[in-house]
Design a protein around this ligand. Sequence first.
Ligand code: FE2
Length: 241
Amino acid sequence: MNRHDFLKAGSLAGMAAVIGTGNAFGQNLTNNEMDKLVDANGNFVLQPLPYSENFLEPYMDAETLHLHYTFHHGGATKAANTDLTKIREALNSNNLETVDYWTKKLSYHLSSHILHSIFWTNLTNKTSDPSGALLRKIETDFGSYDKLKSYLVKTSKDIDGNGWGILGYQPYTNKLTILQCENHEKLTQWGVIPLLVIDVWEHSYYLKYRNKRADFVDAMFKIINWDNVADRMNNALKLTS
Ligand SMILES: [Fe+2]
């Protein structure tokens, strides 16, 4: 599939070439299991670190790493399971009163689980520079590694409050890109691939539905193309097959 087909189909299968097939993060991570965020029952699990707690000394001290991994990452993983249980309970009891709250919580905790899992595997105990295909992509999209580095350093240092500096791949434009992520989530779960989206900006409905967003949302379910949603799901599933 070329990039045109990829975008036309809304497929994210092209990402496989960038992030590796067979797991969510990268081919060379299959040995440490850090990228297995759920167990066989679909519950979120905190995997063992791929190294000892003093492995990143002196740049990251063992005590900080221990607290960070055990209580922050571990706490978020545990909480994400609670959030998911609450959402399942709400669905099973046909009472959606609390789902906004638990969905917000899940995005916070699961995004923490996802980003921390990537963070630990992004680190090692020796200094290196990007090379090969990664370096060439960096040079194409940012000009040089030095430019990317100064851009990522600057944006990471300048994040308001808590957050993450992120170098990511944007499949819809086939470009590496930098994100400043405040907190963890802003109601997303990192890496989610959109399959069905409902635009509830006012411009979607103000002429016909005036202030009645709820009527507009109900009406959308008369015209959803589920074959297209199914295509998108099948393409997304190829990422982990
Ligand atoms: Fe953290």
